[in-house]
Design a binder for this molecule. Sequence first.
Ligand code: ATP
Ligand code: MG
Ligand code: FE
Length: 350
Amino acid sequence: PLVLGVESSCDETGIGLVRGTTLLANAVASSVEQHARFGGVVPEVASRAHLEAMLPTIDRACAEAGVSLDEVDAVAVTAGPGLAGALLVGVGAAKALALGLGVPLYGVNHLGAHVAVDVLDHGPLPEPMMALLVSGGHTNLLHVPDITSDIRSLGATIDDAAGEAFDKVARVLGLPYPGGPHIDRVAREGDPRAIRFPRGLTGPKDLVRHRYDFSFSGLKSSVVRWVQAQERTGEPVPVADVAASFQEAVVDVLTRKAVMACTEHDVMDLQLGGGVAANGRLREVLEERCAEAGIRLRVPRRDLCTDNGAMVAALGSLLIAKGHEPSSLDLPADSSQPVSQIRPLARAAS
Ligand code: ATP
Ligand code: MG
Ligand code: FE
């Protein structure tokens, strides 16, 4: 079946078209530039941008795939988690499409879609698998026995997301928003061992209570304090060394805990996803540590790692293949949908 996927949980309006597990189109419109001067995503701005981009992006996806809307067999949409107003735009559009075309609607979990997407790039997902999702809004370690019915959250950030930490530290270093790619770039010229920044939640006690959780706000504060102390000395801030040392701390914790989760659960397939998956050092260290531990690593291509509609269509397609029921047309958008809930709950009958 031809599945159209709608994504609008954050600052990307994404429309994907997938036939079975073949990717036909992946049109994305990002409002990232409109948020740049605020140094982070502004919910109201994102919602308005989704409204403006939705119809043109649907048209672009159909043109890219060479299909017309009336060929679509099902519509899938991100129902949560994400920004409430932003989600509502996508859910509203998806309902209108499903109703207008007379096809079933599948509400799906955004994080589940980030995992499912790799079926489009590297084929059937290993069962079970682990997933490390790292983006501007999420940092999750997931144990996934079956992407269509069973996702277990092993850990998550208890404060800032990994991408958010990159963006905040970049700002302190005077680099543009979004800062992740800039830190990645300048860190190449720096020494990752120049400054020993803290590795959050890796102490003996933390490894009991927060074994697979992450914390990046202490790291961020530590970088801020270091930079301020340096500025007080009147010496220039060694931007490349700070960037490289900060990045090393983030990468060290992410990769250590991901590998630990795999070996401790005897799950030897790990998938990386989310916008931070583009980070060169993260990929390098993860590849090394996975190889050492005998873990097979899958990283979807870049445009499939960041938020997009194809990932939503992919999860919709897998649900259909397994015979799951469609959602009802009064499907709610749930900004805090738990990751373990692959399909949003139906609204309670009143
Ligand atoms: P969500 O959290 O819902 O997935 P998002 O828009 O915040 O949404 P993405 O678009 O997937 O997330 O990713 C954007 C984040 O990825 C930003 O925080 C950005 O700085 C970070 N990022 C992008 N490229 C790199 C890189 N090379 N190194 C580190 N971080 C990066
Ligand atoms: Mg984004
Ligand atoms: Fe995302």
